[in-house]
Design a protein around this ligand. Structure first.
Ligand code: F6R
Length: 612
């Protein structure tokens, strides 16, 4: 969380930074700020609220500078306010700093500094770290770079920081541990950002900074060092990202655009991998490790949020066709639980951003115990992609709406491909069913396109249900996690309280909630559970609940019983979540829009959760 942007070079820094912050707003939008440095003249402007609020508030100010840093905040230490907004200034006013992450031992450092007479203007851990750096520099009469190195050896937690020094307007200094930092290399200029989106229109040459690295950046020089002051050769990569991928392309909201992109993203995810006619799946990361994967004694899926739901669906699929026991763990619980990991266990880490702090630490813990880590990640070059032993990218393209949609279906596609490949290798799936599933998978992009034609109908349903205060989402088998995902989408986008439950579990408690006010949403595409689901729907109707069901085309039985339906094309039930989740994404999105909310930036959330 939190987005950072910095620039040094011949351009005006302010417009570069503001444009970049707007692209990174998905990472946090509690406050925004910018520090501009020109010929020893250091100015800081910051404001609670969105980047546009900051922009508005500084019209008419002197914004001329060729070096600057900017920040959009997701609050951790200290409420969202002007004074807690970044950049922070050091006690002397000489240094300005932006920070993404959490300094865990900030309280101890603050006590030490307070005893020395320091006063703090904000409640943030960032201001503490900044003054700690300045204090070291003053006491040791050393360079800023050296004092930063000393400070970081004492710091626990996660950070990307970027510093401006009023006395050195030709230099930016940055450091990273646990939060992402990309440096764009232009001609006589450098761009820094939390991801590549603020950089792509200026350059495609980038360096992904690694943990425990420091960057000393001038207009035409980039020096990377480790904390031991040894130089590291920057690994320059070419960005494979187009500007159009991060623009709204005619849609009012990124979330809507991303939902509608799913025929393409699923196609892209399958392209070059699936050959349904030949019966082949080509995935280098899987192929090169097929022994480890197919002989796994156990697979542990580690993820958070929506990615965790993808893991839950995969659990059904892997167990069904690969006959390998699967556990699905919240990364945040797994990392602290001293989990038992045996040789032969495989960890599949699932993450859109590849930067989720809990997932990163869970992987590191499992790695320490000798587990093999396979990453299913969307963001190319992200931390999880880099620390995994092997992996497969989901190729969904940049996902900017805070709520995950197209990345989720792409995760499912990758997980299904891996499961099919393993099952084929292990011969736990008949050749006939294998070929049939490949051909069903091949047809999914077209079927998604077809179901999206019913978006108008779903929009009307959203209007109808926008006044409800609660909702219950139910499903069985691999559509139970779809119910969880539908409920999560509704909660985060429309702020309506929603719970997901296995449909059969309803009678053990949640049924007490059912009355004529409560919509109960069933994820009920055709499956072996069809009759059981019909009984569950009867139970809801008998208690006057409203039933809204996602069903397969031609399912006249549920269509007659339900108050409202959303239909999806028929497919094999093993992969049916790829279709059944999409009406629920649309329903949540339209409902949020109907209530007038900013569906791309739901309150209190941020896209990339880089704090624990
Ligand atoms: C919900 C959502 C979050 C993320 C979660 C994990 O719509 O987007 O629940 O799924 O924060 O993020 P990644 O996948 O980036 O690790």
């Amino acid at each position: 969380m939190c987005g950072i942007v910095a620039y040094i070079g011949p351009r005006e820094a302010y417009p570069v930074i503001m444009k970049g912050l707007k692209r990174l707003e998905y990472r946090g939008y509690d406050s925004a700020g910018v520090a501009l440095l020109d010929k020893h003249n250091l100015r800081v402007f910051k404001k609670q609220g969105r980047v546009a609020v900051l922009e508005e508030s500084i019209i008419g100010e002197d914004l001329h500078a060729h070096a600057g840093i900017g920040h959009t905040r997701w609050a951790t230490h200290g409420e969202p306010s002007d004074r807690n907004a970044h950049p922070h200034l050091s006690a002397s006013g000489r240094l300005a700093m932006i920070h993404n992450g959490i300094i865990e031992n900030y309280a101890q450092l603050k006590t030490e500094l307070t005893k020395k007479g320091y006063h703090f203007k904000s409640d943030t851990d960032t201001e503490v770290l900044l003054n700690f750096i300045e204090d070291i520099q003053e006491n040791n009469q050393c360079s800023l770079e050296e004092s930063l190195r000393i400070a970081l050896k004492r710091v626990t937690g996660a950070y990307v920081i970027v510093l401006l020094d009023r006395n050195h307007p030709d230099t930016l200094i940055a450091a990273r541990k646990g939060s992402p930092l990309v440096i764009g290399i232009g001609k006589g200029e450098h761009f820094l950002a939390s991801d590549a989106s603020p950089i792509i229109e200026y350059t495609k040459e980038v360096v992904y900074v690694n943990d425990y690295e420091l960057a000393i950046i001038k207009c035409d020089e980039l020096i990377l060092k480790n904390l031991g002051n040894e130089k590291i050769t920057p690994f320059v990569q070419k960005l494979d990202l187009e500007l159009t991928a991060i623009e709204k392309g005619g849609y009012d909201h990124f979330m809507l655009k991303e939902i509608f992109e799913q025929p393409d993203t699923i196609f892209d995810c399958l392209r070059g991998r699936l050959d349904a006619a030949k019966g082949t799946i080509t995935m280098a990361g899987v192929q090169n490790n097929l022994d480890k994967l197919s002989q796994a004694k156990r697979i542990i899926m580690v993820a958070c949020g929506t990615s965790w739901h993808a893991g839950l669906i995969a659990e059904y699929i892997f167990e069904e066709i690969c006959r390998i026991p699967v556990e699905v763990e919240y990364a945040s619980e797994f990392r602290y639980r001293n989990p038992v990991i045996h040789p032969g266990d495989v960890i599949i880490a699932i993450s859109q951003s590849g930067e989720t702090a809990d997932t990163i630490v869970a992987i590191e813990k499992a790695k320490e115990q000798g587990a093999f880590i396979f990453g299913v990640v969307n963001v190319v070059g992200s931390s999880i992609a880099r620390i995994s032993d092997a992996g497969a990218y989901t190729h969904a393209g940049p996902e900017i709406g805070v709520a995950s949609t197209k990345a989720f279906t792409a995760q499912l596609v990758v997980l299904i491909l891996i499961a099919l490949k393993i099952a084929h290798e292990k011969q736990t799936l008949s050749d006939e069913r294998y070929m049939m599933l490949l051909s069903e998978l091949h047809a999914i992009p077209e079927k998604v396109k077809e179901l999206l034609h019913s978006s108008r109908h779903i929009r009307k349903l959203a209007e109808k249900y926008k006044g409800v205060s609660d909702a219950l989402y139910l499903g069985r088998g691999n559509n139970f996690p779809v119910a969880l995902e539908g409920a999560l989408k509704l909660k985060e986008i429309s702020y309506i309280h929603a719970e997901g439950y296995p449909a059969a579990e309803m009678k053990h408690g949640p049924i007490a909630l059912v009355d004529e006010q409560l919509p109960v949403v069933f994820a009920a595409p055709k499956s072996v559970y069809h009759e059981k689901l019909i009984s569950n729907i009867q139970e809801i109707k008998a208690r006057k609940g409203m039933v809204l069901a996602v069903i397969s085309e031609g399912d006249d039985v549920i269509a007659k019983m339900a108050d409202d339906i959303m239909t999806v094309p028929l497919t094999d039930e093993l992969i049916s979540p790829l279709l059944s989740v999409i009406p629920l994404q649309l329903f949540a999105c339209y409902l949020g829009m109907a209530k007038g909310f900013d569906v791309d930036k739901p309150r209190n959330l941020a896209k990339s959760v880089t704090v624990e």
